[in-house]
Design a protein around this ligand. Sequence first.
Ligand SMILES: [Zn+2]
Length: 481
Amino acid sequence: MYYQLALVQLLLLSAIDAAANTPRLLIISLDGFRHDYLNKYELPTLNQFRNQGIRANNGMRPTFTTMTFPNHISIATGMYQEDHGVIHNTFYDRRLNKTIGMSSRDEGQWSDPSIEPIWITATKQNVKSAVLFWPACHNEFNGVRPLIYTSIYSDAVPYREKIDSAIRYFRELPIQLVMLYHFEPDKQGHAYGPDSPEVRDTLFRLDNDTKYLLDRVKEELNDDLNIIILSDHGMTNVTKVVRPIFEKYLDRSAIESTILSGALFNVMPRNGRTEEVLRNLSNIPNVTVYKRDEMPERFHYSKPKHRLGELTALPDIEGQILSEATTNSSYPNKGNHGWDNTLPSMQAIFMARGPSFGKSVQISSLNNVDIYHIVCQILKLNPNPNATAGSLRNLTQIFMPIETSTSTLSSSSSAPSTSTLSSSSSAPSTSSTTTPATSRSTPMTVRTTTRTTTLASGADRFVFHRIFLCVICFVALFFTF
Ligand SMILES: [Zn+2]
């Protein structure tokens, strides 16, 4: 009899443990949130959040170039820009003969199977995700898409509405990963500069919205949610604008029309004119010019020949813009980013809190290509073997001790030995429907086949689970006696 009672007890405990061990993770990206904004302003919620969880004292290092689209893909894939191929916010692909930007539809730009955003890694391993406004989330990767994704980018949707969507998905769907992108405070940083009252006001509003998020997580999700708040890059004042073509440093007819400009100036010289263009660009004061294959290794910015031009000019001074303008038109931004990814002004934020993370842990900094592996560790996913730019080598202390003691933290072996499902077998059928996900009718795609599996809310599930266990115990005890 005692043996049977012990067995019942064991069943009960293991079932409760299984329910509690389904980790969930919300990742929020606040575009252009410069790391030292957190020190400059007394943002009560964000500063309390990072003090209670994981605090990166020197922020998070972006990949080069410190732009939005490339860094969101680096965060999502754990790859450098030269490996995932997104080398600017908008760029030209000479193989596809297409210009690609954040809103580009599927045009074959994601045909390389070695490139895999974390939501695709999750989907392939039957972990369901929702990805809201994250660059490229509307694209298909080797036939796979997340359960929920925004099909059209819009910056008309307030942060709170995105938070509402995320909470609802966690409550109503068997979702384990939500990734949410928001365009602020980048927008105000560009328009008014990083030191402006407009940026300050935006930061306090975002801080207050974060309090709203944490209150809802506490009330509706039993505080059982891992949350990472991060950004893609920093922001600095534009101090000087150089227009190499207008200012006659460069003969426009010597280069192809596909120019990357801003904090770097990348051009493809026409046949036989490379040395001439190199000489001419080198005449610009305070600029260093590199041939593509001579770019400093630390930038990891030379491989994609079909997307990068042969010459890159980099300003030696932070804040200097190289514009492709052919007239003396005024430059629209007071603030910008894109410069060297080691500059303090370009550092991004990283903070994390929740049941999988340690409490009040301080680290110096991390690389944004490490995020992919942090997500794999928390959600128990096998990482893409091509995601080699980042790792968990210097991050073992950020996880709860139970996590680190039961898992090996190297990137190659960090996930349990669950087999990776092939994309064809794991992805539900492609039938989908576009539904209004917010009151502003944000285009949101939910794959209909899986939507039919909608569960009750988290709280309801919890209660149901407990009742079910009680019934089992009662039946077992009945037969015991
Ligand atoms: Zn920006």
